[in-house]
Design a protein around this ligand. Structure first.
Ligand code: HEC
Length: 108
């Protein structure tokens, strides 16, 4: 038992390593795939007059509101036509932010 306790720092390191790899995983979050699944139906086609990803002017105007506003409007929905969370109930706030960043990046 005593021997076991000697190695507790290893245990701590193990936890830290698994935590960082988890963080790295969320960084590698596939925003493009999530966009295709949840947002493309409207934002790829202009369905319901959604701003089309790739439309530089449209997204330039939206980007002027600031990232925080765009993310908030994604989370809460906008004007009754942009559905709350873009209909992605499983997407976390951080993931939605990553998707919005992807959409802006694709519309430059
Ligand atoms: C049912 C169709 C639909 C879906 C699905 C949808 N959107 Fe939208 N979205 C809209 C429409 C329509 C607007 C324009 C709203 C307006 O300006 O009044 C909009 C606007 C936006 C905006 C601009 C907000 C602003 O403040 O100008 C962002 C960002 C956005 N959507 C992100 C997303 C993301 C991310 C997803 C997927 C997770 C998504 N949308 C899914 C229809 C949709």
């Amino acid at each position: 038992m005593k021997k076991c306790m000697k190695y507790w720092p290893l245990y701590v390191i193990g936890v830290l390593v698994s935590w960082t790899s988890f963080a790295a995983e969320s960084e590698n979050y596939d925003a493009a795939a999530a966009y295709q699944t949840s947002c493309f139906a409207c934002h790829g086609t202009g369905q319901a007059h959604a701003p089309v990803v790739g439309d530089v002017i449209e997204w330039e105007i939206r980007a002027e509101k600031g990232m925080e506003t765009l993310v908030q409007n994604t989370i809460n929905g906008l004007n009754g036509i942009m559905p709350a969370r873009g209909l992605c109930a499983d997407c976390s706030d951080e993931q939605l932010r990553a998707i919005v960043e992807y959409m802006l990046e694709e519309s430059k």
